[in-house]
Design a protein around this ligand. Structure first.
Ligand SMILES: [Zn+2]
Length: 119
């Protein structure tokens, strides 16, 4: 079976486990993978995952009340969340995936977990 370089589409000669026809193709493929755009997305994904982990750790039972400082000292970034949910009464829940929070009085937050996906 002929193997095709995944970067340029040229046929590969030599060892069967090669994925690229040349070192040039390997490095341009890898450079593109690590391009700024990709790193930008990866960094944001990491922030969102970290936010989610912080919320989950502080909310093992499914409902909790924590002070803003407790989130900040763990590195929580309030600018990053995956979605918002505004209740009929005007409360805005913000979510990092399934883990959510609602700002209450005096810098306290109610942490919640959402089990279902909504539009
Ligand atoms: Zn190639």
């Amino acid at each position: 079976m002929k193997k095709i370089c995944i970067e340029c589409g040229e046929e590969i000669t030599g060892r069967a486990d090669k994925r690229f026809c040349s070192d040039n193709c390997r490095s341009s493929y890898n450079n593109r993978l690590n391009s700024d755009g990709t790193n930008f997305i990866r960094n944001i994904n990491n922030i969102l995952r970290k936010n989610r982990r912080i919320l989950a750790e502080l909310n093992p039972s499914g409902k909790a009340r924590v002070h803003r400082d407790k989130l900040l000292e763990r590195g929580f970034k309030f600018s990053y969340f995956t979605n918002e949910f505004v209740t009929k009464s005007g409360n805005t829940y913000r979510y990092c995936y399934d883990q959510g929070y609602l700002e209450c009085d005096h810098d306290f937050f109610t942490l919640v977990i959402r089990k279902e996906y909504v539009e």
